[in-house]
Write a protein that binds this ligand. Structure first.
Ligand code: GUN
Length: 287
């Protein structure tokens, strides 16, 4: 599953919808992003989100704070964006410095502008099958399954990882009644005892645990669909940046046995921004 091809199609569709809105005199979608500190990966992600906004005709605002910002100031800034009539979507890039509560930050974002889908209201709505903002990574994976028309109904999906950002919402979506849901889902995590026994039964495996090369060919059955969510930076002196991005899947042993596989880089990661843009457009339309 080539993320470049699928994400280009999603972005093209969103751009068309935005162009149509503008032609009808409707509001331009506006995403506000907050970046705290200067973590390398977070800088890259936020820069990429802001750049994509420009490419698709969205307005964007980037607000930066030093890592020693106090929590109250950050919460006040979020409140200001909640009140700002022009802003449709708000995202605060995670992780945050230890002295700032991610929980408080997420709960301060207005659910109407929660384009990351991390607010308990968004998660609750997702669990109940109501219209909601779906977190970008699992949403991107659903869009990928749709783009490549991969059958999911009645399949056994094994999700490795139970994070709020990926594993948990992924398991909800795959078991939902959405078109690319209707799977029987098993969620595995660090305390799972018989992991290989479970992955060997899977028709679809989503590896989202953050351990490079974790899933190997001997852990899967022939013909399974494998989705790699890992994006760990591993030191690599042969690369210009000094690191390589490694997925959670050992591509060399898994790819020959799989019917479909997402590469890293060039797979799921590219879909996430398209998903965020879909959420921001939806936030603008709903408001
Ligand atoms: N950090 C890692 N993934 C994400 C994401 O999807 N949204 C935000 N805000 N921070 C992240």
């Amino acid at each position: 599953m080539d993320g470049k091809v699928a994400s280009a199609a999603i972005k093209e569709k969103v751009k068309q919808l935005v162009d149509e809105r503008k032609a009808r005199g409707l509001k331009t979608p506006h995403l506000a992003a907050i970046l705290v500190g200067s973590d390398g990966a977070s800088e890259t992600y936020v820069a990429s989100k802001v750049k994509t906004c420009g490419e698709l005709g969205f307005n964007s605002t980037l607000i930066r704070f030093d890592s020693d910002i106090d929590e109250a100031t950050l919460l006040q800034q979020i409140e200001k964006l909640n009140q700002d009539e022009d802003v449709d979507g708000i995202l605060v890039q995670l992780p945050l410095p230890k002295h700032v509560s991610e929980e408080k930050v997420i709960e301060t974002i207005s659910p109407a502008k929660d384009v990351d889908g991390f607010h308990p209201v968004s998660v609750g709505r997702l669990v109940q099958g109501l219209d909601s903002f779906i977190p970008a990574t699992p949403y991107g994976i659903m869009l990928m399954l749709e783009y490549f028309q991969i059958p999911t109904v009645g399949k056994h999906a094994v999700v490795i990882g139970r994070s709020n950002i990926v594993g948990r919402p992924m398991s909800i979506l795959l078991s939902s009644q959405l078109p690319y849901g209707n799977c029987t889902v098993t969620v595995c995590h660090s305390k799972t005892k018989n992991l290989k026994e479970l992955t060997l039964q899977a028709d679809i495996i989503v590896a989202a645990l953050g351990r490079p090369g974790f899933l190997t060919g001997d852990m899967m059955k022939e013909g399974a669909v494998v989705i790699d969510v890992g994006i760990t930076r591993v030191p690599d002196a042969t690369k210009k940046k000094g690191f390589a991005i490694k997925g959670d899947v050992d591509f060399d042993s898994v790819a020959p046995k799989s019917s479909w596989i997402t590469p890293v880089p060039g797979g799921v990661g590219l879909m996430t921004i398209g998903a965020l843009m879909m959420n921001t457009l939806a936030a603008c339309e709903r408001r």
